[in-house]
Design a protein around this ligand. Structure first.
Ligand SMILES: O=C(O)[C@H](O)[C@@H](O)[C@H](O)[C@H](O)COP(=O)(O)O
Length: 237
């Protein structure tokens, strides 16, 4: 199966690449172009990315792009509630692969804080995100269970975090896998992005996407909240 075999809703555009290397290059070029356009228009740009295992090559390619990184604010769609030195920290991943060379000049906003507990950390991140300028580019990933960001099926707070008109920007969430304690941007905040990308690789993610397209039960598979105009889906086998 290829992404061209799926019947995508109007306004959801597939971008197919032959290999993960080509996808990482293509996505980095397109994201950089969006950021340059935002800087020309407003004098600044805001990028929200996801963590996980797959975005490393994309981050490395993006860090090499010529743009005025001092005008870019970067933050995460979601974070594991662990300090930046921890192997599972998404901020740690960004520091290692994206905030390097000229891209180290970007302003990074961390969702993580060493608060008393996860709820307090989410409240602190919520206050921080009130300062986030308009999101120009959002890059989402997707898990095989249909989660995106840290909007996990069956997590406490999921219904609140998925409210299309919710006013809270960050929620504490529990993932089924370690580290379980997560912080996620709400659906309502994520939905404000001007250019939204879903970046996925491999057949199993394509099967998950196909399953997600077959129903509109958003709580069952939170990625469904984003399978609507406008979304750019980057995929490679
Ligand atoms: O911190 C995280 O884990 C994420 O932001 C998460 O939503 C991720 O994007 C998906 O789990 C897909 O991860 P992979 O792309 O590594 O498979």
């Amino acid at each position: 199966m290829a992404i061209s075999d799926l019947k995508l809703p109007q306004g959801v555009t597939p971008h197919e690449y032959r290999t993960p290397v080509l996808l990482a290059e293509g996505l980095a070029n397109d994201v950089a172009e969006q950021l340059r356009t935002a800087i020309s228009a407003r004098g600044e740009a805001t990028l929200v990315v996801s963590g996980g295992r797959s975005p490393v090559a994309f981050f490395q390619n993006l860090a090499r792009q010529g743009l005025d990184w001092s005008k870019v604010t970067i933050t995460l769609a979601d974070e594991r509630w662990v300090p930046v030195e921890h192997a599972d920290s998404n901020a740690g991943l960004l520091k290692k692969y994206l905030l390097q060379g000229p891209a180290a000049k970007a302003r990074f906003l961390s969702l993580y804080s060493a608060a008393a507990n996860l709820d307090a950390a989410a409240e602190q991140a919520d206050r921080l995100l009130a300062e986030l300028p308009a999101i120009d580019v959002l890059v989402l990933g997707m898990g095989d269970d249909g989660h995106t960001a840290s909007l996990f099926p069956n997590s406490p707070n999921l219904a609140e975090a998925l409210k299309p008109d919710g006013t809270r920007r960050c929620w504490p969430m529990l993932a089924p896998s370690v580290p379980r304690q997560r912080l996620t941007m709400s659906r309502a905040l994520l939905a404000t992005a001007n250019y939204t990308v879903l970046s996925i690789a491999g057949d199993s993610k394509l099967n998950t996407l196909s399953e997600a397209l077959a129903s509109d039960d958003v709580a069952g598979m939170p990625i469904r909240a984003f399978l609507q105009p406008t979304l750019e889906i980057y995929w490679c086998p």
